[in-house]
Design a protein around this ligand. Structure first.
Ligand code: E4P
Length: 219
């Protein structure tokens, strides 16, 4: 399973990229706002760090405005046009924009997917990626991972090429469960990447090896 990092913080993206564990980035308006920087400037910097799909979300709610926003945005960084993925909110207008952008050869990631039926609609509209939200479903007492499983099953049976991004990931168990199900991608917050690489026995093991080596060197 491919991993994307779900952040707009360039230091976190650089650290995740340096480890070689991620091949894409997802952002959303909340994550961009947290950085307090110009939207296009941040996305351009991210695209300079990671050579893979970088999701940038539109703010408009009407299809023609979403398309205009997407094209204006991509025109600001023509050198990265093949890596920029336009993230669209799931709604009727979002689907129209998805169809138009797909016809223009611009990749889209349809986000805020909370049912398999929504995922099917987004795939039919031409989405390159769909993002079902696991954590936010868990938060309201619904099994988010069951949605990933259902979407993966449907896409497999139907031979749908749209890639599924397990989004709203909250912990390492979400990541490994998504991988086990066969999900294409999980987009993971940086703190979850750190949780994934941390194990107390690994830390103790490193400490013990070094201590034993010190003792051997002193002999
Ligand atoms: C997906 O691309 C979204 O940016 C993200 O996964 C939302 O996660 P949250 O529910 O932790 O805000």
């Amino acid at each position: 399973m491919k991993l994307f990092v779900d952040t707009a913080n360039v230091d976190e993206i650089r650290r995740a990229a340096d480890m070689g564990v991620i091949c894409g980035v997802t952002t959303n308006p909340s994550l961009i706002a947290k950085e307090g920087r110009d939207f296009a400037e941040v996305i351009k910097e991210i695209a300079g760090i990671v050579d893979g799909p970088i999701s940038a979300e539109v703010i408009a709610l009407e299809a023609d405005k979403m398309v205009e926003e997407a094209e204006t945005f991509i025109a600001k960084m023509p050198e990265y046009k093949d890596n920029i993925v336009i993230k669209l909110p799931f709604c009727e207008e979002g689907l129209v924009a998805c169809r138009i952008l797909t016809e223009k050869d611009i990749k889209t990631n349809v986000t805020l997917i909370y049912s398999a039926a929504q995922a099917v609609l987004a795939a039919n509209a031409g989405a390159a990626f769909v993002s079902p939200f696991v954590g936010r479903l868990d938060d309201v007492g619904t099994d988010g991972m069951a949605l990933i499983e259902e979407v993966m099953d449907i896409f497999e049976v139907q031979g749908i090429e749209t890639e599924v991004i397990a989004a709203s990931i909250r912990n390492p168990i979400h990541v490994t469960k998504a991988a086990r199900i066969g999900c294409d991608i999980a987009t993971v917050p940086f703190n979850v990447i750190i949780q994934m690489l941390t194990h107390p026995l690994t830390a103790i093991g490193i400490e013990r090896f070094l201590k034993d080596w010190e003792g051997f060197e002193k002999k």
